[in-house]
Design a protein around this ligand. Structure first.
Ligand SMILES: C[S@@+](CC[C@H](N)C(=O)[O-])C[C@H]1O[C@@H](n2cnc3c(N)ncnc32)[C@H](O)[C@@H]1O
Length: 304
């Protein structure tokens, strides 16, 4: 994998970019918790509560879920929905399965997964932002969910054992990682043999260079960090996953799409099946970390 010093092109190290992401989503969580500082308009990120003033606005992450799912969840979990798809709907979860949601935010997909896998199954949420974890745990308590756990950590270094989950889901988060090759390697590691991936994400047309993507939106707003279709496929192939599909579901403008990413882990997989892959990093994209106006959910937003 090629690594370029982020400071050469952006003035931000990968860690500084991650800190911006964390700050943006901490503010979004605090808004829903009623402890926001009124900076949401300027600083909240993808599908932020700051733009959720019109329930008919299709940019609402919550409108990606059907009425029955929404009705069964605490209001705060629905309000905090910042995704760009509905991964639980495509993952075909079954009773008794163990599910992991990467970048679980306010917990909407973990709670939906928990109800789909039932009392014999389990749903983990993983997030790096304390405020989001607080919100998710509060939502789980309100929902009375007992088969869930929200862990603090980075999706580039998942705090779960090898071959420990049946399904990895994620909703509009992989694009926010500064090391997507590491994320995909971790996904392959934690899946059980035969386990599967069902990710919703923003994906770019193959014709768009990283610089083109950066022109269309910010990193924290889920646009500049989007992989292309070919890059997503190459990343999944490089970590030894099979039955790969990256399917656009809706255009978000400018050659960017909401997409469903699926893959499975072969039964005979070993760690030796993880190979280096050169995926764009913010370091070599020359991108704006923060866009004027707070990034996502404006033109070219990946959330509708
Ligand atoms: C766009 S929100 C999506 C939240 C949730 N999946 C949903 O659909 O509402 C992104 C979430 O991912 C978390 N996140 C972003 N990058 C992360 C990383 N590298 N490791 C762990 N969590 C991350 C943020 O803290 C935030 O809660």
């Amino acid at each position: 994998m090629t690594t370029t010093d982020a400071t050469q092109t952006t003035g931000h190290s990968p860690e500084a970019i991650t800190d911006e992401v964390r700050a943006r989503y901490a503010e979004a969580a605090l808004s829903v918790l009623g402890r926001g500082e009124g900076r949401a308009d300027a600083s909240a990120g993808c599908c932020s509560p700051s733009v959720m003033t019109d329930p008919s606005d299709p940019a609402w992450g919550q409108l990606l879920y059907d009425e029955t799912d929404r009705a069964a969840l605490p209001d705060a979990a629905v309000l905090a929905s910042l995704g760009c798809g509905n991964p639980t709907a495509v993952a075909e979860l079954r009773p008794g399965e163990v599910v992991l949601d990467l970048g679980s935010g306010g917990g909407i997909d973990v709670l939906l997964s928990a109800s789909r896998v039932g009392p014999t199954g389990f749903a983990y949420g993983l997030d790096m932002t304390d405020e989001m974890l607080e919100l998710a745990r509060s939502n789980a308590t309100e929902a009375g969910a007992t088969n869930v756990e929200f862990r603090k950590g980075r999706i580039e270094s998942i705090p779960l054992g090898d071959a420990s989950v049946d399904v990895v889901i994620s909703n509009c988060v992989v694009n926010l990682s500064t090391d997507k090759a590491a994320v995909l390697g971790e996904v392959a590691r934690v899946l059980k043999p035969g386990g599967r991936v069902g990710i919703s994400d923003v994906v770019a047309d193959d014709s768009l260079s990283p610089a083109d993507r950066a022109e269309r939106g910010s990193f924290v707003g889920c646009i500049a960090g989007a992989l292309s279709f070919a890059e997503y496929r190459a990343g999944l192939e490089a970590v030894g996953l099979g039955e790969i599909s990256v399917t656009p579901t809706h255009s978000v403008g400018g050659g960017l799409h909401g997409a469903i990413v699926k893959a499975t882990k072969p039964a005979a997989w070993t760690m030796a099946d993880i190979h280096p892959v050169d995926l764009p990093k913010p370091s070599n994209a020359g991108l704006p970390v923060l866009a004027e106006g707070g990034g996502c959910c404006g033109d070219g937003c990946g959330c509708s």
